[in-house]
Design a binder for this molecule. Sequence first.
Ligand code: GLC
Length: 743
Amino acid sequence: MKSIYPLIIAAVAATSASAETPLYLNPDAPIEDRVEDALSRMTLEEKVALCHAQSKFSSAGVPRLGIPELWMSDGPHGVRPEINWNDWGHARWTNDSCTAFPALTALAATWNPALSAAYGKNVGEEARYREKDVLLGPGVNIYRTPLNGRNFEYMGEDPWLASVMVVPYVQELQKNGVAACVKHFALNNQERWRGNINVDVSDRALYEIYLPAFKAAVQQGGAWTVMGAYNKVWNQHCCHNQRLLEDILRGEWGFDGAVITDWGGAHDTREAALNGLDIEMGSFTNGLTSESEFTYDDYYLARPFLELIRKGEVPESTADDKARRILRLIFRTAMNTRKPFGSLHSPEHYAAAKAIGDESIVLLKNSGILPLDPAAGKRILVVGDNATRVLTNGGGSSELKVKDYISPLDGITAVFGADNVDYARGYAAGPPMYDRDEPVPASVQDSLRAEAVALAAGADVVIYVGGLNKNAFQDCEGQDRTGYGLPFGQDELIEALVKANPNIVIANISGNAYAMPWADRVPAILHSSYLGTMGGASIADVLAGRVNPSGKLPYSIPVRLEDCAAHSFGVDSYPGVESESGDVLFGVCAPQQRYEEDLLVGYRWHDTKKVPARYAFGHGLSYTAFAYGKPVLSAKEMTAEGDKLTVTVPVTNTGSREGAEVVQLYIGDDKASVLRPVKELKGFEKVTLAPGETRDVTFTVTPEMLAFFDAGAHAWRTEPGTFTLYLGGSSAFTPAKAKFKLK
Ligand code: GLC
């Protein structure tokens, strides 16, 4: 074997034994100085090596300089179990069970930014303890269709709610020395054909609906990384999209962090080199849809990138720019010497998960049957697969391996007493590998239904815990739902249970809206998203009245799918149409899609088209009641230059127990030269009131809140005229109104 001994001797001799620490290793030096110093010491090969995966969830550092590699992990709701070095399998470690926090749709449903801060802090401590430098979340794609398989990972249909709720999560997460990775930038609003669908949307809808939450996460949250989406916009993949990454993200928003692809989101070396991508993860360069033995050096931003630079086809400065941003990320995370040590599945994390879950549950309807008094000793029959199914498994990359899991049945049994609680599965949900929502033979469903209905007749109260789950074609990454209705014959089961016992509470779990044909025939409906480790305890405490529900819907629940904006314009609007020719990915040819509803997403559509939702955006009841008094304005008019006015509304708890109300402010431009929604959310505040207490809630109205995006001028603009302020407890319940004039 050729001896390398002489080489080592020569290298060691050449290394100055000087005692002083190189600048880039000095933790007290400004990060930008450290970046430049480190960069100046790196070879071209070392710069390029930073720009792509070295394993499924890590990218290289610079071993020669002692610059550590970057370790990334899913997901938005907790730290994913360790994945193998070079395939998607679980590494089957025994030290990586975690806290499963509620889904981000649940966080959005709390309308409580303080809980978003708690969320970021606690999930960040888990990521830090698991020695992850980048947590691949939060996701803030707007909820455009209830069929999107990943809505449960995002923060609802409204840009103002998502913008306010994402910022504290990012800020507190990053205080752990763990980078947020805001995803999926941008216009990844469905899973169908996500790999290469080209989304066409107006600039107004882009700037007014789809970008704001990303902008807030970057500018107010200070996000250190952003994940490019799989899809295309303007016929260019988001992961190396000149307009999205260079013009908007960096040019307009001043983003100084790193752009990371979604896993397999890179498709072109030249575009990746020139259009602002920094780290390429997970792609299959040979177009295979399965793992192959090719090395990570074949990635677009690996050897092919190096060769383009060597041939002079792209400037070396592209490698310097990427390396600079990646080094900055490394100094903020892996080489951050001030970061805390973190902790894993601690009592504090469980308490945070419980608090978020408690405030996320939305009481849609209550005839008075709720709360159920545990002391009454009523005989309760719990029915439904979701009462026992571990819903943290599956769903795609947001899957979690929990150390503990309190199921709804566990929670209900603990609160109401095992002697008073019986269980019947009612329906079978089938194993995840099935690819349709009727994976179970009808005979099995019939017998499960018959058993539940028979038991229901003998109970005092039936609590039905069904809904959706994380199986394919439900609340799951990679595909969309195939229909708006509940799967596994649940509607038929619910109708049969109602006939057998009208004292029934629907306490379903889902990350999406779904059809509720039985809504008028049941006395109460509780709507929960996936609440993770403490979910069953939260649901049981709300059912028993130990927690007074205060959640509000972060998305509309249409009566029928056709009432939803995205499904009112034919297939080019959803799911899009395949093209005759063009790039083929996973067997689909260049699908095209046009968001025909433009900016009328969610309640904007329901209000403007006068198509009422079954339950409106912002709706949520309490075990107490709230009344709104007359709003008072600080002025009757304001100018567009730096002026502002305040609106104050008195809110009273008219019930007999303490409760929290989310006071919502919507603003409508009474007459505009362009199409504008009837009203748009421009403020909210969650207030806790004692019985009989009245609190004045004040909002400040600024000209920016009145503006619309003028695509022609590429600028935000306001038009003089009258505006209406709508205040209340839901987008469909705004009893307090006031007008003012913008001069
Ligand atoms: C997945 C998801 C993304 C996730 C990544 C790594 O395809 O789209 O959200 O973070 O790949 O698992």
